[in-house]
Structures are given as structure tokens and as C-alpha cells.
Design a protein around this ligand. Structure first.
Ligand code: CAA
Length: 390
């Protein structure tokens, strides 16, 4: 349902509520099932209309100049209603747009930011390859010099929004082996040789597209190089530091959604062993714990995840180092999210054995969070390295 510009609410909180309640929640059940034929463009168009795609973009470039804390709240609220929508929006506003803000030339910002910020264009971040997922610095996609710029050849894999995106941020090798040989390019989808694969059939997050991206000798002008030659790996890692705050917020939202489903189920169950407080107060502690203990643990996991996410976001907003804190938040929140969603499935059983029960959907969605934008093992490596370096 389109949100009329004339009714555009004033505050960020109101805009988030408007987005979640008018746009996201009504379509959540449909989104969970996914559609490999038609990408849900409306989630980005409506977010653009409400100024949410450009939350991390300065006003001078048409953005809303919000903070990373604002962004974490937006992604959590969206993911609580629909995780698939949240990941589409997260990639757009974070790893696709933010590197342009941070590393783009004036010309690049002018060319791309307004359309991405308004939600007219969808962005994607193309780092991973079939032979290099966690070891990102070993990527093999090549960008060779040609007269007018560069020619890109290679295959990217597990790219969120691929197939629907209008602009890809592509990391490709302009130099020798290792991180310093990598550069970042802005590649428009309409360029000859840009060939996305079919969306993968995934365990969860089925409403968001994830696909391969083939680059068959794609020519881009020199003006499409983002930052300096050889700076691509640093650009990607900087984007992922911030992106991991978004995925952490996504996990908080999914976990909160799963907890809400479980609380509602227990409240409305009419099962005296679980739902009747008088009975619980009057009977033995073991029974009381069996009923309420899991809910309390879930709440502790959600609350601690939220605090870690907000802590990393606040450090980022303050311009302080936050690589370690973002990795801690992502590791903790995504692992907690899987545990919370799994407990929600237990508490909602047997109904939750239905494939489309909201707890089952959230458990599948949760599982992806421990994998993309750096697996839990990668987060542990980042955290340990930062500790040892300190
Ligand atoms: N910020 C800025 N620069 C950084 C950095 C950071 N966080 N981390 C490393 N760098 C720089 C280093 O300073 C170093 O620079 P110099 O060469 O100038 O010294 C350079 O990058 C290389 O650093 P490392 O030697 O530490 O690099 P590494 O190869 O050992 O990296 C790794 C290891 C941290 C595991 C890294 O490969 C990594 O993060 N891997 C996971 C990748 C990932 O998250 N992929 C997900 C992609 S997106 C996705 O999931 C889907 C989607 O569509 C969004």
C-alpha cells in the first residue's frame, strides 16, 4: 500500500512505525514464502519514500542524516515483522549505499546516491565468490585495464539482491594476489555482460533474493572505480564492519519476533500447566520453572543482544573504533537469535511443526544470520585478532 507523501510523518520513530505497520507486516506471510519470479520492489520504493533507504546518507545528498543507532532500530523493527524485508533494506542502506557516502567522489555520489536513497534503484554488494567466501582476500574476479577504464570478468556468489539490483558494488582484482591487489567498482546492472543467476532456493529469508552474479567482460569507465586502485579490500571490510551492526540488529528483530510469538502462544494457550499464573504460584517450583524459565532466558538473550548492537552502533556514531564490538554484537546476537527461535519452536509445539508457523519461519530466517556478512567463525577470528593486536 503506497504511503502518501502528503501524510509523511515527521519523526523517525513515526516513519519506522508507518513502514513496519503499513508496508512490512501486511505482506510478511507472503514474503516468507518468497517469489523467484517477481522481486518485491515495493519494500525499497516505500522505504525510499519514507526516507529510510537514505538513513545513513547526509542531507546534502538527499538522505535523512540519521545515526547507526537509528539504523539499528529501523532494522530491528523491520526484522521483527519480516526478516526478508529487513535484509533487502539492510543491504541497500548499509553495504550498498554507505561505501558510496564514505569513499565515493562527488561525481559518483551525485550520479548514484539520489536514486538509491529515493528507493528508485536497488543496490547490492558483491564480494564473495565460489572459491572465496570467508577468505575474501583470495577472490579471483579480474578487472583489467582497457583504454576507457576496466573490463571485469569473474563470478560472484551468494549476492543479496542480485537479479533485481540496479547497481552492484563489485570487488575485483586489479593487482597481484592478496588484499592489496583488490579494487572496488560501481557496476550498473544494465551494462552488457552483467548476468545474474536465478535466485537460490534457501532455507530461510526466502522473500529476499540471493544469487550468483556473472561478469562476462563487463566494461566500466575509469570513473566507476570507487576509491583508489588497491583500496577495494579495505573498502569492503569497512563496509562489513558497519554492515555487521545491521545484521546484528536483524538478529535482534528476529529473536524479538520469536519471543513475542512464544509469549502470545503461552498467554493464549489456556493450558493450566503453562499459562495460569495462579496455578503457577501455587504449585511446585519445578513446574513454574518449566513454564517460565525458557521465556526469561529468551528475554535475557534478546536484551543483551540489543545492548551489544546499540553499543557498537554508538561507538561507530562517535567516530571511535568499533570493528571488535561490531563482531562481538554480530556473533552474540546471531547465535542467540538461533537459540531463541529454536526455543520458540519448542514452546509453540506442536503447531510450530507447520512449515509456515511464525516460529518455524523465524527459526529458518535466524539460521542465515550466523552465516552471511561473515560467519560466526569469522567474527571469532576478527575478535581474537583485535584482542591480540591491542
Ligand atoms: N577495516 C578496514 N581495513 C581492514 C579491516 C577493517 N575492519 N580489516 C582488515 N583491513 C585491512 C587491513 O588493515 C589490511 O590492510 P593493509 O594490507 O594495508 O595492511 C588488509 O585489510 C588485509 O587485512 P587482513 O590481513 O587482516 O585480511 P585477511 O585476509 O586476513 O582477512 C577476514 C580476514 C577478516 C576473515 C576477512 O577475509 C573477512 O572479513 N572475511 C569475511 C568476509 C565476509 O564477511 N563476507 C560476506 C560478504 S557479504 C554477504 O554475506 C552477502 C551480502 O550480499 C551482503
Amino acid at each position: 500500500m503506497p504511503v502518501e507523501a502528503a501524510r509523511r510523518p515527521a519523526t523517525l520513530d513515526e516513519r519506522i512505525v508507518e513502514y513496519v505497520e503499513s508496508v512490512v507486516r501486511p505482506q510478511a506471510a507472503q514474503m516468507a514464502r518468497g517469489d523467484e519470479q517477481r522481486f518485491p520492489r515495493y519494500v525499497i520504493e516505500e522505504a525510499g519514500r519514507l526516507g529510510l533507504c537514505g538513513l545513513l546518507v547526509p542531507k546534502v545528498h538527499g538522505g535523512s542524516a540519521g545515526t547507526h543507532l537509528d539504523f539499528a532500530r529501523l532494522i530491528e523493527a523491520t526484522a521483527c515483522a519480516c526478516a526478508s524485508t529487513a535484509v533487502i533494506l539492510d543491504v541497500q542502506a548499509s553495504v550498498a549505499i554507505e561505501p558510496l557516502v564514505q569513499f565515493g567522489s562527488e561525481d559518483q555520489r551525485r550520479r548514484y546516491l539520489p536514486r538509491l536513497t529515493r528507493g528508485e534503484w536497488l543496490g547490492a554488494f558483491a564480494l564473495s565468490e565460489p572459491g572465496s567466501g570467508s577468505d575474501a582476500a583470495s577472490l579471483q574476479t579480474r578487472a583489467e585495464h582497457i583504454d576507457a577504464g576496466y573490463r571485469l570478468t569473474g563470478t560472484k556468489m551468494w549476492i543479496t539482491n542480485a537479479g533485481a539490483a540496479d547497481l552492484y558494488l563489485v570487488m575485483a582484482r586489479t593487482g597481484g594476489e592478496g588484499a592489496r591487489g583488490i579494487s572496488a567498482f560501481l557496476v550498473e546492472a544494465e551494462r552488457p555482460g552483467v548476468r545474474p543467476g536465478r535466485p537460490l532456493r534457501k532455507l530461510g529469508l526466502r522473500g529476499s533474493w540471493t544469487a550468483e552474479l556473472h561478469l562476462d567482460g563487463v566494461e566500466v569507465p575509469a570513473g566507476n572505480l570507487l576509491g583508489a586502485e588497491g583500496a577495494g579490500f579495505r573498502i569492503a571490510m569497512t563496509a562489513l564492519d558497519s554492515g555487521r551492526i545491521g545484521i546484528s540488529a536483524q538478529a535482534v528483530g528476529i529473536a524479538q519476533g520469536a519471543l513475542d510469538v512464544a509469549v502470545e502462544r503461552i498467554r493464549s494457550s489456556g493450558d493450566r500447566a503453562v499459562g495460569d499464573l495462579d496455578l503457577l504460584m501455587a504449585t511446585d517450583a519445578a513446574l513454574r520453572f518449566a513454564a517460565t524459565g525458557p521465556l526469561a532466558d529468551m528475554e535475557a538473550q534478546v536484551a543483551s543482544s540489543r545492548q551489544l548492537t546499540h553499543h557498537a552502533a554508538a561507538l561507530c556514531d562517535a567516530g571511535r573504533p568499533f570493528t571488535r564490538e561490531a563482531a562481538v554484537a554480530k556473533l552474540w546476537s546471531t547465535e542467540a537469535c538461533v537459540a531463541v527461535a529454536s526455543t520458540a519452536v519448542d514452546l509453540c509445539a506442536p503447531d510450530s511443526t507447520d512449515e509456515w508457523h511464525p516460529a518455524a519461519v523465524r527459526l529458518r530466517d535466524a539460521r542465515a544470520c550466523t552465516i552471511y556478512e561473515g560467519t560466526s567463525q569469522v567474527q571469532r577470528m576478527v575478535i581474537a585478532r583485535e584482542l591480540l593486536r591491542a
